[in-house]
Design a protein around this ligand. Sequence first.
Ligand code: AMP
Ligand code: MN
Ligand code: MN
Length: 320
Amino acid sequence: MATMLDRAALRRRLEAAKTALVVGHIKPDGDCIGSVLALTEALRLRGVDADALIADDVAAKFYYLDGAAEIVATIPDKAYDTVLFMDLSTAERAGELPWPAVPIVNIDHHISNPGYADELYLDATAAAVGEILTELFLEWDWEITPTMAQALYTAIATDCGFFKYANTTEKTMRVAAALLARGADQAEVAQRTEELPPAALRVLPQIMATLTMEADGALSAITMDEAAMAAGGDYVDTYLELARNIEGVEVTLQFKYAEPEKTYVSFRSKTTVDVSALAAEFGGGGHIRAAGCTVWKSLADTISTVMPVAVAWTHHGRRH
Ligand code: AMP
Ligand code: MN
Ligand code: MN
């Protein structure tokens, strides 16, 4: 089990670093990319030789963030004394890389975090890791530059659906306001993260043709096959959002082709079902209202495995 860090212990840990590798998760989202970029810049400002790493492609739509194009995918040849795993609910989500043999410090907000790292700063009440970092930087009086503010605002806004999801709190909005005061451009973040190429919209009819309603209309599900993923893989959340917004829906599933025998499933809920626990039934996890898992089966077999369980949970309410 990880040693739990409080704020003071995390600060001492960061201040002791000389050479740090700041790591985000595969299938990187706005929270992971923004948090990695902001902490990397914060450490550099404090004289740390810090590098940002994500072992996966960073979608081009995030290139408006300074430094996004320079995030490396393989470990630079350096002797790191500190490795920071950001927004990483499990070690596997870091990707398969030869991690330096130094203690791993994990900064996270997933309720399902099993405590896999050597040291863990966990705040499951935070809407995003970007919210945690902003709160800490403000408390510690660490400078937040305009580029950091833009990265942190991106992290927060994308993880809470631009302040619409249930994880949005008074604190989320307070720290987001502090970022606007420090140079974040909220209109640019909304535009850059929501705009999409025509091809991603032209595939919408095929995706929405897969829409199924179960559990007396309380469960919606959409499926993205290989062609749909090729056209709209960087915009999966846009389609998920549509299926989630159907009236009467409590739980939404999105089945996404990854490989012939590998399927990724996203889970969302609105008020009752704990989808973190539901995703854990299939080896995944996440948050109470947003979770995911990878199933090593074909798209069709994954649907027939996951759907009955999700329908039962929606009907009988594994509540939270
Ligand atoms: P997604 O549907 O990919 O947006 O993921 C929703 C949430 O669940 C995110 O916060 C992820 O970090 C988390 N999550 C996704 N997949 C997994 C997994 N296999 N294990 C644990 N957490 C996951
Ligand atoms: Mn994330
Ligand atoms: Mn997050």
